[in-house]
Write a protein that binds this ligand. Sequence first.
Ligand code: ADP
Ligand code: MG
Length: 485
Amino acid sequence: MAWTIRGRTGEWELVCGLEIHAQVISKAKLFSGAATSFGAEPNTQVSPIDAGMPGMLPVLNGFCVEQAVKTGLALDAEINKVSIFERKNYFYPDLPQGYQISQYQHPIVGRGRVLLDLPDGTTKAIGITRLHLEQDAGKSLHGAREGVTLVDLNRCGVALMEIVTEPDIRAPEEAVLFLKKLRSLLRYVGTCDGNMEEGSLRCDANVSVRRLGETRLGTRCEIKNVNSMRFVAKAIEYEARRQVELLENGGIVEQETRLFDAAKGETRPMRSKEEAHDYRYFPDPDLLPLELDDALVARLRAELPELPDAKKARFVREYGLSAYDAGVLVAERAAADYFEAVARGRDPKQAANWVINELFGALAKRGLDIEACPLPPEALGELLDLLAEGRISGKIAKEVFHEAFESGARPRAIVEARGLEQVTDVGAIEPIVDKLLADNPAQVANARKNPKVVGWFVGQVMKATGGRANPELVNDLLRKKLGLG
Ligand code: ADP
Ligand code: MG
């Protein structure tokens, strides 16, 4: 994606890499059996291990390990047969252990890649540097009660996957496309729900700039916790422009951590490199190196669903859809399944149009996910059958669609109950046509000179029949009666 910043002294290029924290879908925490459900009463999901009680021993949750491996496979990444849990030492009130168990030198997943479909129809690969497993910290609640800070340890010890990308991103929109694609992959494999509002997907963006043509990397700043898709692009663009202005005015970029202020739309310093922590990583003596055997990795690979890229290619090949439409349909696995259920035995392009335009439109209007869709795919299929059988017109079909979506009634039942079937009976239409011609002699004369005027008559008949007359039949009848052959 060609995206540059035109400064006073020339053109600049953005260089950006992302660090994403994805909360693992798992009933229990990474090293304890405590529950992980969102929104529970504070401090009700805390085991002595999570609370950092003396003498407690962490026990690795095998399911979380499998989730990380599945994610690694979906990222087309190397799975490391041996990985090591280390202690990352720092003090914070919401971290009772005094350290976070993480992976550092030897992560469970190594290099991989994610393919982005760019708006111009090309694809771009974003390199994945690594994925490692770590514990989440608790939550400090400032201001919940006057003068004190409260600590909720429910989140303490929940499994996170930290996913780090190569500095391959060159435009703010690419960062958004990457996050959307990553979220789609995570949801396909069922390892993270991708919910940014609830914090199950959190993103830090590393940003630097360099003159166009320069191959060395510039000094970067890290923007912490940009917690919505909308703000990711804004934060990156603001930061890149800030750095260009700084450099063009003879300044230098200090490597630092910055915060994005969504209300002001700007980033501001949080801590400098000098204040950066020395975490004194060392292998956790309570945990053995994690060894994966080939059979486990092979089983998890075999359990993977068809992933979005493969599904998209199949939709183009099998159903003749455009790459764009296929891309829209496969973003959510449930939407892709819905489409396939409608398309089975029907015209797939028509099915895709109805799902993308009418269904997605109606869902967006009501703020619903495809999972909560009130119209089952069989019902939409029934509507398309009514259309294909010529029993309703396209215009009526849209009406029936909305009624079915709102009421949950089946399209056939709606058409029957409201008498919406297309009128294809000449005997029913002819009297309407005759009366119209008799009432409008001037338009009849016009139509004989200019056949386009026939369209006006067709419109009148449709109006008179509530859109139910078969338009082709009306057209034929009118032309015959007007002597237009
Ligand atoms: P750290 O562990 O200190 O955060 P890393 O080298 O692991 O540092 O890099 C973290 C992230 O920063 C990665 O996503 C990487 O792609 C990105 N990154 C590294 N160098 C640069 C740079 N010069 N400009 C932009 N992003 C960078
Ligand atoms: Mg970092």
